[in-house]
Design a protein around this ligand. Sequence first.
Ligand code: BES
Ligand code: ZN
Ligand code: ZN
Length: 496
Amino acid sequence: MQITLETQPYAALETDALASYLFEEPDPVQGRIAEIDHAAGGLLRRLVSSGEVTGKPLEMTLVHRPAGLKASRLLLVGAGKREKFDGATLRKIAGAALRYLKSRSVQRIAFLVRESDVTEDAAQAITEGALAANFEPDKYKTDKKNDKCVDSFLLAGYSDKERLAAEKGLSRGQIIAEAQNFTRELVNEPSNKLTPTLLAEKAEAMAKEAGLAVEILDEKRIADLKMGALLSVAQGSVEPPRMIIITYTPANAKPGSPVIGLVGKAVTFDTGGISIKPADGMEKMKYDMAGGATMIGVLRALAALKPSVKVICVVPSTENMPGGRAQKPGDIQTAMSGKTIEVLNTDAEGRLILADGVYYAKQLGATYLVDAATLTGAIVVALANINVGVFGSDQAWTDKLLASAKAVGEKMWQMPLDDDYREFIKGTVADIQNIGSGKGGGAITGAMFIKEFAGDTPWIHLDIAGTAWNDDAKPWLAKGPTGVALRTLVHLVMSF
Ligand code: BES
Ligand code: ZN
Ligand code: ZN
């Protein structure tokens, strides 16, 4: 899909559909909507009077052959109350408009921004919303004959004097949304098409194309570096593990400057290992590499956006399988840091591979850490599929991330991480154990375990188990991988 800025008067645009939005307020027919209404001989006001159009969130009204417009159709999307309207709403409106029209085989869309939104941020939000909405997880369907496809999306309503701002927003939005879709493409791959080796190859190809430094550690290098926690998970599979390291260095890098370490869990399939999972729904565990895919996607965006801070992305990748050589409950492993771990449940494998990932990121020079992982079912119980669970060891660093999440419209919720929870993972026969001995607090226990390896370095853990995958399609997003947290992390790095 081609997405371009179009500064011609919107009424003159020859397109299959012109989409815009109106607010839920006493008189929704205002500004540009009033202009359209006027040209159409009062049609929109009549629709409002009849109660057919109210402006309620994501209400869709499609008008064919609207008088006064060159467009063949006019789509009006409800924007809800004006006081609640923000960038996140605009992103969803653009996405929902695209998916609504796409499902009706419309190929050329123009999106008319409202008179109060002719800003750079709005251009970015609309672009992100449209490109993310256009993603379909249909790569492996062989018969795409009847599939709908949008050819062009015009961003309309900006005048020539707003051109520069609109173009900047559009191009930033495009970089970020394409990175998000790159991540979603990876997450959607099944485990037979995306082993740790293949994930590493794809990450390497992306990094080389984007001009980023990349290093892939194979099982021998991983063993030489004594990454015993990662190896313990990998030992049950015939597929060898990989450690993926991608580095972005700014042009004016000075020694001693802060370095952000982004660590992502990439278990390409999680059977649970010997503590095997139930068969029902196990197929979804192909998305257990979403944290890693997110971090790889973030680096792809950063290569184009060029922040002024150095970023190191570390992605430990493995399968978690119940093979003849698999680790067993009760086994004791030694992590790269030297800490010993009693593995009481082999299904709590994400924290094991992150133990070595986080520690290695610090060794490579990271002074600020964020990890992202589909870590626990418990976070789904706590926050459902609405909020990402946020855990932080340093409130100032955590506040920055929460501010970024708010700015880009991703819902995140901070969870507690008091020292009292440390008791849960205190080891009996080793330094620590990989599951809690207390009752409840499963997501916190997982975070507490990873914290052991972050030490004094400001660190944030994002549990995306509930939010990385949509079980049902949303009006603005297909069913399947969401690419959650990517936009927040890009914003966090860019505003560092
Ligand atoms: N990959 C799972 C967590 C998960 C659950 C991701 C649901 C996505 C959706 C993780 O490795 C796991 O199995 N965690 C266990 C931990 C438990 C054994 C302490 C869990 O949450 O049940
Ligand atoms: Zn698991
Ligand atoms: Zn897992």
